[in-house]
Design a protein around this ligand. Sequence first.
Ligand code: ZN
Length: 254
Amino acid sequence: MLSKGVLYGVFSDIHSNLEALSVVLDFFADLEVGGYICCGDLVGYGPDPDACLARIRALPNLSIVCGNHDLAVVGRMDADWFNPYARAAALWTRRQLSAEGRAYLESLTARLETPRFTLAHGTPRRPPEEYLLTTRQFLDNIDYVRVWPLFVGHSHMPVCFRRSPSGAVEQLFPEAGQEIAAARGPDGPGPTAFNPGSVGQARDHDPRACCGVYDSSRGTFRVARLEYDVPGVQAKIRRAGLPEYLALRLAYGQ
Ligand code: ZN
């Protein structure tokens, strides 16, 4: 019998979208996951930073890293290189955030190794900044990881990379529900990266919330897409005075 404790809810790039986060966490609760893996960018863009942080902090057995937006909001990274919408949202979030929320973001690192897996927001080589988009980048980052699989976020695209024992590298774009196995290593998963897509700001032209489920006993990962109240979040973005573009893009998943 498989223990429930080996199923993980994997999620990233929440971006202060409470409606999307709630749907994702309900989905994980229905699966009775035993742990959570969060790849960062908890805040930025969306209208509910503190409420999202409260929900995430309360999760049991949580492995979490921060992203570039989290770092910009607490002033640990320069927001000047952000596009104008991201920068406006980062500055808005900085003003809104409670002292508690800020302290929580400040406590996070952008890279984390656990006995069962590694997390980085972008890549293990340059955790908050670099996007893991190509097989070349995946190969270049392999020496930076000791414990596989690697979970990343940042690109807002559900994607997997893996290297077979023969050295061939594959890039896979998982359909919702499709199960993908990690590469085999000598004693457990070998070089494999899983990106669960974005909870709160999908960019693959599917406006639904995106997340993943990792079964550590079998080394498999699958992506899920979930409907949430997009118009409700758009209304909150407008009420908050955040840029209109941040409301519009949610409807198109871009
Ligand atoms: Zn992000």
